[in-house]
Every structure is written in C-alpha cells, then in structure tokens.
Design a protein around this ligand. Structure first.
Ligand code: PEP
Ligand code: MG
Length: 581
C-alpha cells in the first residue's frame, strides 16, 4: 500500500479499480496527397467533422435532465467550435494548398490556435486552449479510426471503474458520469480546469495534477480516492478500506441531512445571524442558488456577458440581463461586480499599438482596464445604476489597489448619476458601492477603503495568488496555495477589523469562504458574511449552525499566533471538532 499526492479538484471518497485511459496525444505523421486524391482527403476530413459532431450530440442527448448547471454548456461550446471556420475551414485550405493529409493539416491549425491561446493569461481564455485540444483530439480520433478499425479503448466497458487519464474532455466527463464512473484522476490540470469544475458540479470525487502517477498506476489496480485531500491510496489493506468505507457512509449521510437545512437560517449555536449568499456566473447558477436557499447573491461575475463575442454588450443589453437576474431573485439582494476582464489578447492585442503584457496577472486588468477604457465602463456603471432604481442592488469594484482608483470610480458614478438624472432615468442615489479586497496593498490599507465605501468583500482567490506570489492557474505551484498562510490570515483579519471599526459589512466571496474547513476559523476572526458557490452553501451553513462563536474566537486567536503549519493544521482540526463529545 502506498499513496500518491495530487491536487484536490472535487471532494468525496471513492473506492474501486482503476481504468487507465490511453494518453490523448496521437502520433500524427505528415504525408503528401496526390492532386487527384485531394478531393477525397477533404471529404475524409468533413466525414471526421460530422462524426465528431454526431458523437457530441449523442453525448448531449444522454445528459440526464437533472444534471447540474454548466455541463451541457461545455458540450455546446465544443459543438460551436466544430462549426467555427478556424477548425472547419482552415485545415481544408491546407489540404488543398499544401496537398497534405487531413491529420497533418488539422495539426498545423491546432498548433497555430494553441500558440495564440498560450500567449494569454486570462484563466477563462486559457481554458479555451484546452477546449481546442479536446475538440481536435476528437476529430483526430475520428480520422484515425477510418484508417484503423477502433481497438481497445472504445470497446472497454467503464462502469464502476475509477478513470485515470492525462486529461478528460468535458464531453468524456459527462459520458463517464452517465456510465456510473465513481471518480476521476488526471495527470494534468489544476483545481480550476474544466474537468475539476465539472467534477465539482457533478459531485464526483476527483484528484488532478497527478503528474508522475502513470508510472505507478496499473489497470485494474484497487485504489481509494480521497478527493478532499487530493490523495490516491494504491493497493490499500483491509483496515484502510474499512476506514474509508465508514467515512464515505458518513459523508453520504451528511449530504442527505444537509438538504433539510435549505430553509433554516444561518445562525450560530449562540445566536449570531450570519449572511450566507451565493456566487453566480452563468444564468444556470441562479437556479442552483435558489435550490439551496441562498438569501441573496454576494458575487455576480459579469464577465460572462462579455465573453465569446466581438463587441461588448451595450447598456441596454446589460440593463436587461441585470434586471432579469434581480427579478428572478424576488427581492433578495444582489451584489453586481463590475467587469473583471484579465489581461489577455482581447485586451492587449486588439488595442492598436498596445504592448502585450509580459506579466498579465499584474497588468492592465479589471478596474484598471475599465478606468483606461471608459467606453467599456460607462455602459456597465449606468446599467447597474438603472437596475438599482427599484431593486436591492450593490455595486462591487474588483482589483482596486490604491485610493486614486477608488476616487476615480466614485467620480464616474457621480457623473453617470447626473447624466441619468438629466435623461429622466431612475436610479437609487444611495446604491451601496463596495470594493473587493483582493490585492495585498488594498488589504493592508483596508481602513482607508472602509472609510469611503459601503462594504468590502474579500476575494481570497486573488488575494492568495498575490500574497504568496503563486499563479492561481499554474498547477506546478499549486502546492504552495495555502489559505492558512499567516500573511493571508493577517490580511483577512486586517480587512475584517477595518470594516468593524468603520461600521461597514465585510464579506468573503473567494473560494476560501466556500470551504467548510475554514468556516469556523473565519467566524472566529469576525467574518459575518459569506458568499459561496451554490454547491458549497449547505455545508457552510451546517458549519455555521454548529459553531459556538464564543469558544471559536479563542481558538482562532491561537491559530493566528501559530508559527508552524503543522500547528495551524492541528488547531484547525481542534477548532472544527469543538463541542463534539
Ligand atoms: C477572488 O479573487 O477571490 C474572486 C472571488 O474573484 P475571481 O475568482 O472572479 O477573480
Ligand atoms: Mg478576483
């Protein structure tokens, strides 16, 4: 028995035999095509495209109707990519002009597209690069199949097997879930990869980033997956299996029990009411938020309105989108975050003369971009102001790093309020305006921000990235990701204290808020508002209800003083078991 460490992508426990999927890479060779065969080669490519499309449609039809949120969206994206001229037409041109085989023509185009995406640093657009590979591999598989009859891989029944692959396409993931696959393991990908997002959405345990595991994992080997810890135990003994079976039963019981919490308020055992709201990105997240009884939306990421299109949405389109959202919420509050686009090609490459940033995470992004490109900012600020007229809307600004940026934003809001007034358009003149605290400089100066704002919300995803200097989408450094790093905890504490001192609410909307392991610690540090992914909401609510704030505060202070990470971890364990007999 031994264990392999990866990165936790989706928690839960699974025990079963491994099915090792062949590497997704294909050995593609170049060959020339005689002039009279060019037409046939193009027809072969078109057949492969049709077959890939047919496969995806069949997978889509097999998605159970109750499958969570983004799943069919991923497949639609792949279907759209198959229609796109970059993948459908460019290889045909190469076949015709260079007289090469379809596989090689597709490879040339794939390499060109991937090179473009590799130059981008925006996490969302980077995942689009993976999508290209997933779609291209599907077409390549189809092309290769026509040469050699399918062998092995396709024929293998997968049910009950824990799938281990280099990476999984979203479509493969859905199909495997449909076949009853209990868990996934992948060699590549960090916790923000599509596979990871899907696994969480589908509630399937998953460990990713298992770089060296291919050397150790054999087909049919018995393994235990501990999704929470990101660990794979290979060839476990009977005692270990019994231990994990018990834990799995316990987790299943807890999930069922938690459904009953949907309507009950998030109040600690000593009577402190906590605000527990949901993060949403896609319209489908709204239904998930309602299903778990979120009392509002604490983070509405608006970037998705701007993605996959040439022109940004105008004021009217945004106004309608925000209105639809608030209407669906029937009076619950919503915090709309202003545009948080990353420094990617869309930003650098399409502004004539703009240099491509060599370090985009530190470049012209989010509010920096909006202040520079006010033509982008104005329609959004006006649209948010307009929906605030009759609805409980708050506006939240991401990535603020100094007070000048804040003053500029506040001035623009005043200007657009005057404009709207002159046009006879309604808005709420006292709509709360807040800041995300996600840059260490802003956290250190949280008191300055708190004096001029109506609320703060801590974005731990970026705050941790910038504080510890780890790229949040780079799985090579994800081992350094540590929400309990003293620097991170001190910045959180500073921000909470600044809010308290200035009488304004402080929320947390980063992933840390949705991880129930940290709920008590955050409560102990004085956090009163959480905004979390809908799938995490009931677990966090349960942790809140089981917390006695008085006792928790004392232990939280000890966590803050701890020097060694092992001490911190054991204090967190102690904290999370406080009050248990
Ligand atoms: C964060 O940085 O913690 C956050 C919530 O924003 P995003 O993940 O969208 O950058
Ligand atoms: Mg952020």
């Amino acid at each position: 028995m031994f264990s392999i460490n990866g990165v936790s992508a989706s928690k839960g426990i699974a025990i079963g035999k491994v099915h090792v999927v062949d590497r997704g890479q294909f050995e593609i060779r170049e060959s020339s095509v005689k002039p009279e065969r060019v037409k046939n080669e193009i027809a072969r490519f078109h057949r492969a495209l049709r077959s890939a499309r047919g496969e995806l449609r069949a997978i889509k039809d097999r998605i159970p109707s109750d499958t969570a949120t983004d799943v069919s969206g991923f497949i639609d994206t792949h279907l759209l990519m198959l229609e796109d001229s970059a993948l459908a037409n460019a290889p045909v041109k190469f076949i015709r002009e260079k007289r090469i085989n379809a596989e090689w023509a597709l490879k040339i185009q794939r390499d060109a597209l991937v090179a473009v995406f590799e130059a981008m640093d925006d996490p969302y657009l980077r995942t689009r690069k993976d999508d290209i590979d997933h779609v291209v591999n599907r077409i390549q598989r189809s092309l290769l199949k026509r040469h050699k009859p399918a062998r092995g891989r396709q024929a293998q029944p997968l049910s009950d097997r824990i799938v281990f692959a280099d990476d999984l396409t979203p479509a493969d993931t859905v199909l495997m879930q449909h076949q009853g696959i209990p868990a996934f393991l992948t060699e590549y990908g960090g916790p923000n990869s599509h596979t990871a997002i899907l696994a969480r959405s589908l509630r399937i345990p998953a460990v990713v980033g298992l770089h060296s595991a291919r050397t150790y994992l054999r087909d049919e080997e018995l393994v235990i997956i501990d999704g929470q810890r990101g660990v794979v135990i290979v060839d476990p003994d009977a005692t270990t299996i019994r231990h994990f079976e018990r834990r799995r039963r316990e987790i299943d019981r807890q999930v069922i029990a938690r459904k009953r919490l949907r309507k009950s308020p998030a109040v600690t055992s000593d009577g402190e009411a906590i605000e527990l709201q949901a993060n949403v990105e896609l319209p489908s997240d709204m239904a998930a938020a309602a299903q778990v009884g979120a009392t509002g939306i604490g983070l509405y990421r608006t970037e998705y309105l701007y993605m996959n299109r040439e022109e940004p949405p105008d004021e009217e389109e945004q106004y309608r989108a925000y209105l639809k959202m608030v209407n669906a919420l029937k009076g619950s509050p919503v915090t709309i975050r202003t545009l948080d686009l990353g420094a990617d090609k869309q930003v650098d490459g399409t502004r004539p003369g703009a240099p491509v940033s060599s370090n985009p995470a530190l470049g012209l992004r989010a509010v920096r971009l909006c202040l520079k490109e006010q033509g982008l900012f104005r329609p959004q600020l006006r649209a948010i102001l307009r929906v605030s007229a009759r609805n409980p809307v708050r506006m939240m600004v991401p990535m603020l790093s100094n007070m000048q940026e804040l003053f500029q934003v506040l001035q623009l809001i005043k200007l657009y309020q005057r404009e709207l007034k002159a046009e006879g358009k309604a808005f709420d003149p006292s709509m709360p305006v807040g800041a995300m605290i996600e840059v260490p400089a802003a956290a250190v100066c949280a008191d300055l921000f708190a004096r001029r704002l109506d609320f703060l919300s801590i974005g731990t995803n970026d705050l941790i990235q910038y504080t510890i200097a780890i790229d949040r989408i780079d799985d090579e450094v994800s081992y350094l990701y540590d929400p309990l790093h003293p620097a991170v905890l001190r910045l959180i504490q500073t921000t909470i204290n600044a809010g308290k001192k200035n009488g304004i609410p402080v929320a947390m909307c980063g992933e840390m808020a949705g991880d129930a392991r940290y709920t008590r610690l955050l409560l102990g540090l004085g956090l009163k508002e959480f905004s979390v992914h809908p799938n995490a909401l009931l677990e966090v609510k349960q942790a809140i209800k089981e917390t006695h704030l008085g006792e928790t505060r004392k232990l939280a202070r000890r966590v803050m003083r701890a020097v060694r990470s092992a001490t911190r971890d054991s204090l967190i364990e102690e904290l999370n078991h406080l009050g248990e007999a």
